[in-house]
Write a protein that binds this ligand. Structure first.
Ligand code: NZQ
Ligand code: ZN
Length: 394
C-alpha cells in the first residue's frame, strides 16, 4: 500500500449550518454566482435563507438557476457566461450533485482555454483544468459526495456521452452540509441517494487492490450505517437524525478517505453513466439496476471477495472452500435491500429495453478503457461482457 492523500475542503456539518453560509463564503469572495436546480430550493425556502445569509455577510449575488439533473455541457457554458459577465469571484452551489457538478465545471471554465468538454475523460486531446474560481457547496440531497470531492460528471448532449473530470482545482474550498436541507427530498430520490452512496464504497471494496483491510472496514461501516439509517429516512423524511446519519455517510463515502490507497476504478459507475446519458434516469436508480448485475458477473471470478461481503454485511455463514453460494446469497440480499427502500433493480423498471445495449457498452468504453480496450475493474470487461451483464438486468 502506497499513497498520498489531500482533501482541502473545509467541512461545516450539522443541522442549522446553512446560517453560516455567508460567513464561510466571505473568506473566499465578494460576489457569488449562486447556482441552483429546477426549483426545489425556492419551493422549500432554502434559497431565501441562503441569500439572506450571504447578504448579511455583505456578499453580492448573481443567480444561475435551472441546472437539470444529469447536467448538460450547454448549461455549464451558460453559467460560466453569467459568472464572467457579472464579475463573480466565488461560486456557491445550492442543490444536488447535478448542481454541484455543474458549478464546479463552470468555475473551471472561466480559466480554461478552448472547449471545456476537453477536460473530460475519454477525450483524445484531454487537458485537465488547473485553475477555478473557489466553489462553496451546499448539498440539498445526500447522494453523490460531490460536496467534498474534486470530481464532476457532465453530459455532452450532442454526442449523448456522460463523462467525468477529477482535478485538484475542482475540490470545493468549503462544504456547508446541513441535513435540514434534505428533509424535503422525496422518498424515491432519498432511496436513489442511499444506493449511490453505498455503491461509491462497494466500487472500491470490489475493485480495489488487495491488502487494504482497514479500507474494507471503512467501506463496511458506511454500508452498515446506510442500511441502518437509510430505511428510516425513506420511511419518514422528517426524521432529522436519520437524515443526518445518511448525509454524513454520503460525504464520507466519496471524499477519498474510504478509497485511500485502493486505486479502484468504478466500472458500475461508468456503465450507469451511459444509461443516464441516453435515458436521463436518476443516477442512483441506474446504479441499483447495474450494481447487482455487475456483482453477479464479477463474483464468478472472485467469489471469495463477495463471500466476505455476505458474511460481514449480512451475517451469512461461509461454506468454504466453495464461496460461490455465500457470494450469491449476499448479492441477493443486497438487491433485496435496494428493492425494500424502493429502488428499481431491472432495466425494464426504468423504461430501458434491449435495443441499445451495444451502444451503452461502446459509450462506456469510450470514456474508460485499459490498454486492451476493456473497462477497468475486477475483472476487466470487454464490450461483450458489458452487453451480457446488462442483458442479465433486463
Ligand atoms: O433540480 P431541483 O428542483 O433542485 O430538484 C432535484 C432533482 O430533481 C431534487 N432535489 C434536490 N434536492 C432536493 C430535491 N427535491 C426536494 N428537496 C430537496 N432538498 O432531486 C432531483 C435530483 O437531483 P440531482 O442533483 O440530479 O441528484 P444527485 O444528487 O443524485 O446528483 C446526480 C448527479 O451527480 C452525478 C451523477 O452522475 C448525476 O449527474 N455524480 C457526481 C459525482 C461526483 N461529483 O462525485 C459522483 C456520483 O457518482 C455521480 O456520478
Ligand atoms: Zn455515484
Amino acid at each position: 500500500m502506497k499513497f498520498e492523500f489531500l482533501n482541502p475542503t473545509h467541512l461545516v456539518f450539522g443541522a442549522g449550518s446553512l446560517s453560516k453560509l455567508g460567513e464561510v463564503v466571505r473568506a473566499h469572495g465578494k460576489k457569488a454566482l449562486l447556482v441552483t436546480g429546477g426549483g426545489s430550493v425556492r419551493r422549500n425556502g432554502t434559497f431565501d435563507r441562503a441569500v439572506s445569509s450571504l447578504k448579511a455577510a455583505g456578499i453580492a449575488v448573481a443567480e444561475c438557476s435551472g441546472i437539470e439533473p444529469n447536467p448538460r455541457l450547454s448549461t455549464v457554458l451558460r453559467g460560466a457566461g453569467i459568472a464572467r459577465s457579472e464579475g463573480c469571484d466565488v461560486v456557491v452551489a445550492l442543490g444536488g450533485g447535478s448542481v454541484m457538478d455543474a458549478a464546479k465545471v463552470m468555475a473551471a471554465t472561466l480559466f480554461y482555454e478552448g472547449d471545456p468538454w476537453n477536460m473530460m475523460a475519454g477525450q483524445e486531446n484531454r487537458r485537465l483544468p488547473e485553475k477555478a474560481l473557489p466553489v462553496v457547496t451546499v448539498p440539498t440531497l445526500a447522494a453523490t459526495g460531490s460536496e467534498m470531492n474534486g470530481g464532476a460528471v457532465i453530459t455532452n448532449e450532442k454526442t449523448i456521452v456522460k463523462s467525468f473530470v477529477t482535478a485538484r482545482c475542482l475540490y470545493p474550498c468549503a462544504a456547508v452540509v446541513d441535513p435540514e436541507l434534505t428533509l424535503s427530498v422525496p422518498p424515491d430520490q432519498t432511496a436513489f441517494g442511499i444506493c449511490d452512496l453505498m455503491t461509491h464504497v462497494t466500487e472500491s471494496y470490489f475493485n480495489g487492490v488487495d491488502g487494504t483491510p482497514l479500507q474494507d472496514r471503512f467501506a463496511e461501516g458506511v454500508i452498515l450505517t446506510a442500511m441502518e439509517w437509510g430505511p428510516k429516512a425513506v420511511a419518514d423524511g422528517r426524521d432529522i437524525e436519520a437524515r443526518a446519519q445518511v448525509q454524513w455517510a454520503s460525504v464520507v463515502a466519496l471524499n477519498g478517505w474510504v478509497q485511500i490507497g485502493t486505486l479502484a476504478p468504478y466500472p458500475v459507475h461508468m456503465i450507469e453513466h451511459s444509461l443516464s446519458a441516453h435515458h436521463d434516469i436518476a443516477h442512483g436508480a441506474g446504479l441499483a439496476v447495474a450494481g447487482p448485475a455487475w456483482m453477479r458477473f464479477a463474483a464468478r471470478t472472485r467469489p471469495g471477495r463477495f463471500a466476505q461481503f455476505a458474511e460481514r454485511i449480512f451475517g451469512l455463514s461461509l461454506q468454504r472452500p466453495d464461496d460461490s453460494e455465500a457470494a450469491a446469497q449476499g448479492i441477493d440480499r443486497f438487491e433485496a435491500f435496494l428493492r425494500s427502500i424502493g429502488c428499481p433493480t431491472r432495466l425494464s423498471q426504468v423504461g430501458i429495453g434491449d435495443a441499445l445495449l451495444e451502444r451503452y457498452a461502446k459509450d462506456t468504453l469510450l470514456v474508460a478503457h485499459d490498454a486492451d480496450g476493456r473497462l477497468p475493474g475486477r475483472p476487466p470487461m470487454s464490450e461483450a461482457d458489458i452487453v451480457e451483464m446488462l442483458g442479465s438486468a433486463l
